[in-house]
Design a protein around this ligand. Structure first.
Ligand code: NAP
Length: 475
């Protein structure tokens, strides 16, 4: 087959695909672009004359393949699921042994494992890669989590290290493990993102309904927090969101936005996978559930009427320096617990699937480019960088002191919010998980007794070896 001139190709010129292609073109790579609706591919070139020499739009997939250098690297940036299978089915007959297909969308990692198997024996390679950072990240530097066979990475590395976000000159991209490893890590990234956003929204709820603050004042507090431990992209944008006014009404934009949060599935996948692995990612679960409930707005409206008179204590929050620092400390602590849960899910998946995930490297490539980027991730990277096995972030010497100190604030905030009837599902899930995690003698002994009574499931005793069944009184 004729050898083209493009270093890499991108299929799918939506928000992410177009911006990723322009990022590649800007870094000096010739990039072939193709789209189901071909006009969009040509528009990417024509709307960006300064990069036009490096953007090679193709009318058809055949032309797209012809324009690529061999071995060909074709990146899909289309919606997850059937569109990826459809595009792969069309592309495979046009490729040759040694060529590489990359799914850079938000795939379910189980699909990535399946697709990796499907191409086995054809000589054509397949890699699943998670990309985070949204539109701006794709254009100016995303964080990228690469999976697939180790020997496919050299085909991608020169381009990816150039287009990735940089944290102190270090590119935020790495090969993380075989088959579905990259997409699994991206899924957990999104689950953590859900929890992080939900916890920030809960603190906003306390500021709005407990402290009766105006959004502009809240923005001031979030801006201040962004100078310390909480410093992160999400806290930064929250301040911007809260400060924004609607030009037509001059009202705070956030007050005009309907309180229903959407989701595309990655948060839910993170929770499902954590459950399958037996890891309690309760803050992620709370965040996914809260988005679900947010979408039942009419039903909530009815319930609000039914329970309008229920007794709640006045929420004793304080709109002063001490009050804000209590909220800040609670948020920091809950955030550490949420990340600990996400990391526990990745550690467990790594064992289960034999991926040997580099957990420290994952924290490193999340320090810039992605939605959860923060200074805090540098602390996690350092915790994993000491050459010792970190059983759980909550047991890492770098975090024990911080959590032990901050838990009192988290406890007070959750207690006050609960008494005041202000929902804090993710913050309280973090606190409950922390208390359960640090309790040596749990309560599962009673569950084992119940299971043995109704189902003869047996239980183990402290004072002897082996499983036993007890003859409980008949009920
Ligand atoms: P988008 O703006 O909706 O664009 C989707 C693109 O895929 C369009 O070019 C569309 O072509 C094409 N497409 C849709 N259905 C197709 C099909 N059945 N067959 C072939 N092509 C099809 O989506 P996006 O936001 O760029 O997202 C792309 C992927 O990146 C998704 O997996 C998404 O989850 C992931 N992602 C998105 C973000 C984000 O912030 N948006 C961040 C990280 C990852 P037409 O122009 O013909 O409709």
């Amino acid at each position: 087959m004729a050898n083209g001139t493009a270093d890499i190709g991108v299929i799918g010129m939506g928000v992410m695909g177009a911006n990723l292609a322009l990022n590649m073109a800007e870094k000096g790579f010739k990039v072939a672009v193709q789209n189901r609706t071909p006009d969009k591919a040509f528009a990417v070139r024509d709307d960006n004359p300064e990069l036009a020499a490096n953007v090679l739009p193709a009318e058809t997939l055949e032309d797209f393949v012809k324009s690529l250098k061999s071995p060909r690297v074709a990146v899909f940036m289309v919606p997850a699921g059937k569109p990826v299978d459809d595009e792969m089915a069309k592309l495979i007959p046009l490729l040759e042994a040694g060529d590489l297909m990359v799914d850079a969308g938000n795939a379910d990692f189980n699909d990535t494992v399946r697709r990796t198997k499907e191409v086995e024996g054809t000589g054509i390679k397949f890699t699943g890669m998670g990309v985070s950072g949204g539109e701006l990240g794709a254009r100016h530097g995303p964080s990228m989590m690469v999976g697939g066979a180790r020997d496919t990475y050299p085909l991608l590395e020169p381009v990816l290290t150039k287009i990735a976000a940089k944290y102190k000159d270090q590119p935020c991209v790495a090969w993380l493990g075989p088959d579905g490893a990259g997409h699994f890590v991206k899924t957990i990234h999104n689950g953590i993102e859900y929890a992080d956003m939900q916890m920030i929204a809960e603190i906003y709820g306390i500021m709005r309904d407990g402290l009766k603050l105006e959004p502009a004042k809240m923005a001031e507090v979030f801006r201040d927090w962004n100078t310390r431990e909480l410093s992160s992209y999400l806290i930064e944008i929250t301040a911007v969101n809260l400060d924004e006014k609607d030009l037509e009404t001059d009202r705070p934009m956030v007050d005009l936005i309907v309180d229903e949060a959407g989701q595309k599935g990655t948060g839910r996948w993170a929770v499902i996978e954590a459950q399958k692995l037996g890891v309690g990612a309760t803050t992620l679960e709370a965040a996914v559930a809260a988005r679900g409930l947010s979408s039942r707005r009419d039903e909530r409206g009815e319930a609000a009427k039914l329970y309008s008179g229920v007794e709640t204590a006045p929420a004793q929050f304080f709109a002063d320096e001490a009050g804000f620092s209590e909220l800040e400390s609670a948020l920091v602590t809950a955030k550490i617990i949420a990340y600990a849960q996400g990391y526990a899910a990745m550690a467990s998946a790594s064992d289960e699937f034999g991926w040997n995930l580099p957990l420290g490297t994952i924290a490193e490539i999340w320090r810039a480019g992605c939605i959860i980027r923060s200074h805090f991730l540098d602390d996690i990277a350092k915790a994993y960088d000491k050459g010792q096995r970190v059983v759980n972030i909550l047991q890492s010497p770098d975090f024990v002191g911080r959590v032990a100190k901050g838990q009192a604030a988290l406890r007070r905030v959750v207690a006050k919010a609960s008494l005041g009837g202000i929902p804090v599902p993710a913050l309280s899930a973090a606190l409950a998980y922390f208390d359960d995690y640090r309790r040596e003698r749990g309560t599962a002994n009673l569950i084992q007794a119940q299971r043995d009574l109704f189902g003869a499931h047996t239980f183990r005793r402290f004072d002897r070896d082996g499983a036993v069944h007890h003859h409980w009184p008949a009920v």
